[in-house]
Design a binder for this molecule. Structure first.
Ligand code: CA
Length: 336
């Protein structure tokens, strides 16, 4: 069985709302027009194809899955989700997206599982929406990294993490482009997106949570990162040593409050997908670092080419392909 766990969708109303925001000059959202506008306003080519596929939860998506042997997609709202809007607009769009996704899952229960969208800019509303969405049968929560330059280690978002932990579902922390405070050096060379900005920003987000003690407060919280952990497995040894040195000079590093080593938290509270990154060498390295129980297959539909990702993954010589392709996903998302 093959489950792909970082597969994206958007609602028609979300796309409309993004277009309005772009027309209004994308206040406070540098990167929206440059990155998303060229996709949703494309009149042809790759962008138009992606935009068309994002809003489909029916025959075309299923046909693509069938053509390449994907039994199930775990589907979530695409970046930047509703996190670019004011709190009320974002909350309403998230609720609608969850209803639409839950309907699609109910229509195709053996083919789709879904993750809930939330508007972190309204933390208490988001917490209630998580409870409602999990009640509808959604299997986790998708947050597309920073919300207007704010990160989940901020105490303002505590109700969200509390609710996710209590619900026993994972948080999928997905990249989006770098926030206004750090976008200029990236966007000057168009590096704010998936070439480099995405993993830089998402790894930053995960590390902020790790060093600041989020997992001391929420020890059962489970976080899924895409793209082989956004590069973090590659750096864990150096991160641990630097962290230990900083902790021994406590006055100099007051924000490093976590008692556990970063690598301990990473290996106990994080899961990873191979979304758009089914590269044998990198996958084998990630498995060496994290073991075979926490890495899961993903395509990153519709951004990546399903055939290319499936074929590339098939070339990997995995000791335990069942865990990678389905077993780990069943465990973390509690799929039946
Ligand atoms: Ca993705």
């Amino acid at each position: 069985m093959k489950i792909a766990i970082e597969e994206a969708f958007a609602t028609e109303n979300l796309v409309k709302a993004w277009k309005v925001l772009i027309e209004d000059g994308s206040p406070g959202e540098a990167g929206l027009e440059h990155h998303l506008g060229r996709l949703i306003n494309a009149t042809g080519g790759w962008g138009a194809k992606v935009a068309e596929r994002l809003v489909d939860l029916g025959d075309a998506r299923l046909a693509e899955m069938d053509a390449h042997g994907i039994d199930m997609q775990v589907i979530a709202i695409t970046a930047p989700g509703v996190q670019v809007f004011d709190a009320d607009t974002g909350s309403a769009l998230a609720t609608e997206a969850n209803d639409i996704l839950a309907d699609a899952v109910n229509a195709h229960p053996t083919r789709y599982a879904g993750l809930a969208a939330v508007a972190p800019q309204a933390p208490k509303t988001a917490a209630r929406e998580i409870e409602r969405a999990v009640g509808l049968g959604l299997k986790g929560v998708m947050i597309n990294s920073h919300t207007k330059g704010e990160y989940l280690d901020s105490s303002a978002f505590r109700p969200i993490l509390e609710t996710i932990e209590a619900a026993g579902v994972p948080l999928y922390l997905h990249p989006r482009w770098t926030p206004p405070a750090m976008i200029a050096p990236f966007s000057e060379r168009h590096l704010e997106g998936s070439l480099w900005g995405f993993q830089t920003e998402a790894a930053l987000h995960a590390l902020r949570m790790i060093v600041s003690g989020v997992f001391d407060k929420f020890p059962k919280l489970q976080v899924v990162l895409g793209h082989l952990g956004e590069g973090l497995p590659f750096w864990l040894d150096r991160i641990d040593r630097t962290y230990a040195r900083g902790r021994s000079a406590t006055s100099a590093y007051p924000h490093w409050t976590s008692e556990r080593k970063p690598s301990e938290i990473f290996l106990e509270n994080f899961w990873m997908s191979s979304s758009g990154h089914n590269w044998d060498l990198a996958v084998r390295f990630t498995l060496e670092v994290a073991g075979e129980d926490r890495l899961m297959f993903a395509v990153d539909y519709p951004y990546e080419d399903t055939k290319q990702q499936v074929d590339q993954a098939a070339e990997m010589n995995l000791d335990n392909p069942d865990k990678f392709y389905s077993g780990n996903a069943k465990r973390v998302f509690k799929l039946n």
